[in-house]
Design a protein around this ligand. Structure first.
Ligand SMILES: [Zn+2]
Length: 64
């Protein structure tokens, strides 16, 4: 049996100031989505509730 493995884009480390960022999941509106990495200039979040991955431009984070 082979496990289906989803395509994983190579994530880069997140700068310290963004490591504690949280975002609202676009799928279930859960606020517990935490940063799992960085993809180019975008922060990549993952929702703990539904495991959806989504990203957000880093530029908007820097305004906070
Ligand atoms: Zn979710």
């Amino acid at each position: 049996m082979r496990k289906y493995k989803p395509v994983e884009l190579p994530l880069k480390d997140v700068p310290q100031q963004f490591a504690a960022e949280h975002a609202v999941c676009p799928n279930c509106q859960d606020r517990g989505a935490g940063v799992i990495g960085r993809l180019g200039l975008r922060l990549v979040f993952r929702c703990e509730s539904c495991r959806v991955r989504f990203h957000r431009p880093t530029a908007s984070v820097q305004l906070l």
